[in-house]
Design a protein around this ligand. Structure first.
Ligand code: BGC
Ligand code: BGC
Length: 995
């Protein structure tokens, strides 16, 4: 008997709010260097120790946001329309601030008294110095842009230069980051905007699948296409610099709050996905930002004060692991020509990442030959002069140690530091030249594509991060009340929904499919199944199947797990323009005439047992959420507290598995997740036939799921991480540090290279599903491994090539008076200017010249490092065939094993290598096997039609080398066999050979 309609859950309906559009309205001029706005008082009631910009925004917004949202939605078919955002700036509550101030003061006092015998950080840090900062303009690929940049920078005054290096303050202008312009020379105020999965704080944009989903596609072409669509949207909104892709956190700790923003915990997968994304974004003329450099692997203690400790955590790591794991994707990003790199909040070896000269000057600028500019994460800059000398080029959002106090560490202070000789003029020239060169490199001087900004034109960002209204404050961070048209509601979505849908479908990993339960049939019963004259009964369970009834954009920066999960939370999230509900998409996909659907989209089941017992198939949804640490949801402060499914989903799956069809039903589990989840409590239950890890699909969630469930797209996703049987299997290094272990929390990366599958392989631990694993509705077969070398093994790359000469400038310092605020200049409160108020105390002393002259690295000499590191040393090929009955895409993976028991021939010291490491992958489309036999198969080269193709990998010198800390170079072992394996996952490697 079919269950009654009363099981149907009723959900709210919303009505649509039409966004007002008025393209013709005048946009008043925004403040520029020459701006002449009136002076205003500071914000009151503001506690900088407990600043949370979001709270601030919400507090200031007028009216009941929730109420407004409810009234402003429309549930169009099953695509729920997004509410308009409302973000205004408001002060936090004084009392709350005082309590926190008290706590912070107590922490300081206790520590000063030495009451806590906590480990303390070494006073000089543990990071080697690398000075002076290498200049940009040494790579031929950027030669033209540097030439143009030098010509422009030569005309700039000191304050004009400083204006380019320093953000104008949080929420001072329309974007999350804004630099000061040099209007005289038509160099614009740059707009920097989050983030890696779409355009944050904007309307009419696309909510793409998150990085982790993209990683799971293992599809280079889709990685590029998603980047390109994202870049195009940014350009359409007037954004110069996109704050993505994220490739750090890499995923050392599976519970890390932000790993979903990146592409998975393997440096090669992460590096290829990042580079493809960057190429896509930059081919649209938008600057990409590789972030977060480096080792910001967890949210807890990531920044000073956010977690009450006065300092950020220190990630303590060895040189080899830095090179082989965490810096690797950044090397790939630089090789792809990335315009900007964002240094992270945390410390590395007890030196803040944004003033760590080894990381910035040494590795990034010298060794990796980075030609663009380094910007700080938002308030990650912790010193003025030191960060400048260590290689930081731009401070964001311009505010100094505290949010929105108008007190920058650069701005006027950088001006002063140049005037009194603390920072050499050539360092400032290099900072500015790097920024201006990146602007030319991306063609942003083309006024057709980037119209001039006010007062010369109406270019610049055409949206406001701070309000949904058409007319809004021009400088919301200050007390200035000047308003103008801030939102032009430009629709930039084009057909990007199709890309979202494809990425999300290919990023869905089928990990279990017993008795070929999937794909389902739209008509219900499959051919030959019994009960062919009864309706096929499908039950859909779990809150994750439906919308959040408070609206798809309910919580600030998506910081709650309510309803279906399609994105994690934080600055990496966007306002969904619409979201396709899985439940509605499933209902629509099945044929009503032959299928009866019951839904119970809640996590606790009703008392009536029939809801389960009467089903032939049960589809149950479950999820796990996480996000950025400035927001929390139910005790999850960014990082997850465990790797279990959330909101009682494990119990739900177990109950559904037990009860579905009185135990004869078949269960499909669909999981939306930010990262690895432990499935152990139900994965082996006999009724659990099929499991889909759908990651974070973005706005097309339901559609992409249906594509896979019904086989319109044959699953080809593979896990971009390992799914363990239990949390401890990831090893001791995988644990988040949840409680501070010192005033400067210390986290030692003692596991070195052994994270994710490298750890499982080393310790011989059997995971539930290994890295790289994923099923298809067809079967593939590999054969004919061929390894051809392009020459003998040799330990070192060719000597570092000498690059081209960077531009030079006169080094004399100007008259301090030239840096004073122009007479009559009326300042905006909190807005950061480069001018100084007085020349008192500025004495021109000897310019500090670095005593240290660090030696350029032999591993350097080109973008991404010594070009010879990227020379192809081996070509590996194999044949892959589809031996099943449906067409499909196959991911072929290449792993390398450096020699076992290897000893450095010069020192005799043993060098340990991971069992195997991923070095390449290709996704190949293969037609189904022709009716008949494998003999009837058509052979073909990669790229053609047919069910059998050749796949080829070009293996580089770097792929076959390790980072030798003694030689400070990549070294290829020349004795012993190098193992080459080709297969379908990190543990399913049917083809094995050696070189
Ligand atoms: C901002 C984020 C930023 C965070 C840092 C938030 O208020 O919205 O962009 O990542 O502060 O703490
Ligand atoms: C985040 C960055 C982001 C920035 C601006 C920071 O707190 O860590 O990823 O780009 O805020 O919103």
């Amino acid at each position: 008997m079919p269950p009654s309609e009363s099981y149907e859950l009723r959900r709210g309906r919303y009505s649509k709010l039409d966004a007002p559009v008025d393209d013709d309205a005048d946009t008043p001029t925004r403040a520029s260097l020459d701006s002449d706005a009136s002076s205003y008082e500071d914000l009151d009631e503001f506690d900088p120790l407990n600043y949370d910009a979001g709270t601030l925004k919400q507090k200031r917004s007028t009216g009941d946001l929730r109420a407004r949202r409810k009234a402003s939605y429309k549930d169009a078919e099953f695509a729920e329309k997004a509410p308009l955002k409302k973000r205004a700036c408001a002060p936090t509550k004084l009392c709350c601030g005082l309590v926190l101030l008290f706590v912070a003061a107590t922490v300081l006092l206790l520590s000063a008294g030495g009451i806590w015998a906590w480990k303390s950080a070494p006073s000089n840090g543990q990071s080697p110095p690398w000075y002076p900062s290498p200049k940009g303009g040494t790579d031929a690929a950027w030669a033209e842009s540097y030439k143009k940049a030098a010509a422009l920078v030569k005309q700039m005054t000191l304050v004009e230069k400083v204006n380019i290096t320093t953000g104008t303050g949080w929420s001072s202008q329309m974007c999350v980051g804004n630099t000061g312009p040099v209007s005289r020379l038509k160099f614009p105020a740059l707009c920097l905007q989050d983030g890696p999965l779409g355009i944050r704080f904007a309307d009419n944009i696309t909510a793409f699948p998150a990085g982790i989903t993209v990683g799971a596609t293992w599809n280079k072409e889709l990685m590029y296409k998603r980047g390109r669509a994202h870049g195009k949207e940014a350009r359409g909104k007037g954004i110069h610099v996109l704050l993505g892709p994220a490739m750090g956190p890499l995923g050392r700790m599976p519970a890390g709050g932000r790993t979903w923003e990146g592409f998975g915990p393997d440096p090669v997968l992460q590096g290829i996905a990042a580079a493809q994304t960057i190429r896509g974004i930059q081919d649209e003329g938008v600057q990409a930002t590789a972030k977060h450099y480096l080792l910001n692997e967890q949210e807890h203690f990531r920044q000073a004060w956010e977690w009450l400790t006065p300092n950020a955590i220190s990630s303590n790591i060895d040189d080899r692991t830095t090179h082989e794991i965490y810096a690797w994707p950044f090397a790939e990003s630089v090789r792809a020509g990335v315009a900007s790199v964002m240094c992270s909040y945390n410390q590395v070896n007890n030196s803040y990442a944004c003033q760590n000269s080894k990381l910035l000057n040494g590795i990034l600028k010298d060794e990796l030959g980075f030609q663009g500019y380094i910007q700080s994460d938002w308030l990650a800059q912790r010193s003025g002069v030191a960060s400048a000398l260590a290689g930081l080029d731009m401070t964001m959002p311009g505010d100094g140690l505290k949010w929105m106090d108008g007190n920058s560490l650069w701005g006027p202070r950088l001006t002063t530091a140049i005037l009194n000789g603390s920072v050499p003029m050539d360092r400032l020239d290099d900072m500015v030249t790097r920024v201006v060169a990146a602007w030319y490199q991306l063609g942003q001087d083309d006024t057709e594509k980037w119209p001039l900004q006010p007062p010369d034109g109406d270019g610049g960002p055409n949206f406001s991060s701070w309000t949904d209204e058409e007319i809004g404050l021009l400088y919301p961070g200050s007390t200035d009340k000047t308003t103008g048209v801030v939102n032009k509601f430009v629709n930039v979505q084009e057909d990007h929904g199709d890309i979202v849908r494809r990425v999300a479908a290919e990023g869905t990993v089928l990990v279990k499919n017993e008795d070929s339960l999937l794909p389902l049939d739209r008509n219900g019963w499959k051919e030959g199944e019994e009960n062919a004259n009864m309706k096929y009964r499908v039950g859909v369970f779990g809150e994750d199947a439906r919308f959040n009834s408070d609206g798809i954009n309910d919580c600030k920066d998506r910081s709650c797990n309510k309803g279906t999960l399609a994105s994690g939370w934080g600055s990496g999230a966007v306002d969904f323009p619409y979201l396709i509900e899985p439940l509605a998409a499933i209902k629509k996909a099945f044929n009503d005439d032959s299928v009866y659907i019951t839904d119970w989209p809640e996590n606790s089941l009703p008392k009536q047992k029939e809801i389960l017992e009467d089903q032939d198939v049960c589809i149950v949804f479950a999820n796990a959420d996480a996000g950025e640490g400035y927001l929390k949801w139910e005790g999850i402060r960014g990082d997850r507290n465990d790797l279990l499914l959330q909101k009682g989903s494990d119990k739900l799956v177990q109950d559904v598995a037990k009860g579905c069809g009185k135990g004869n039903g078949k269960v499909v589990v669909v999981i939306h997740t930010v990262g690895p989840v432990i499935l152990e409590s139900w994965i082996n239950l006999p009724s659990v036939k099929a499991v889909l890890i759908a990651n974070l699909p973005g706005q097309e969630s339901g559609n992409s799921l249906v594509d896979i469930l019904f086989g319109d797209i044959n699953p080809s996703g593979h896990l971009p991480y390992t799914i363990a049987k239990k949390e401890d299997d990831y090893g001791p290094g995988s644990k988040i540090l949840y409680s501070a272990n010192g005033l400067v929390p210390q986290q030692n990366f003692t596991e070195g290279l052994y994270i994710d599958y490298r750890y499982f392989d080393k310790k011989d631990i059997t995971p539930q599903y290994e890295f790289g694993y994923g099923l298809s509705y067809t079967r593939f077969q590999l054969s004919s491994l061929l390894i051809s070398s392009h020459g003998p093994k040799s330990p070192l790359p060719a000597p570092r090539p000498s690059g081209i000469e960077p531009p030079t400038y006169p080094t004399d310092t100007p008259d301090p008076k030239s840096a004073l605020f122009p007479p009559g200049f009326r300042k905006l409160s909190k807005y950061i200017y480069p001018y100084i108020s007085s020349t008192d105390g500025i004495s021109k002393s000897e310019v500090v010249v670095s005593q240290l002259q660090s030696t350029p690295s032999q591993a350097g000499g080109g973008q991404g490092g010594n070009p010879d590191l990227y020379t192809t040393v081996l070509t590996v090929s194999a044949t892959v065939a589809n031996i099943g009955l449906v067409d499909g895409d196959c991911v072929v993976q290449l792993y390398i094993s450096l020699p076992k028991d290897y000893k450095d021939p010069e020192t005799g010291e043993a060098v340990d290598f991971p069992v195997r490491v991923l070095r390449g992958f290709e996704k190949i489309h293969l037609d189904a096997q022709q009716a008949g036999s494998a003999e009837g198969a058509k052979g073909s080269e990669q790229g053609g039609g047919g069910n059998r193709k050749m796949v080829r990998f070009q293996v580089t010198r770097k792929d076959l080398s390790y980072w030798d800390t003694r030689q400070q170079n990549w070294v290829m072992p020349t004795t012993g066999d190098i193992g080459i394996s080709v297969g379908f996952s990190s543990r399913d490697l049917p083809l094995q050979g050696t070189w």
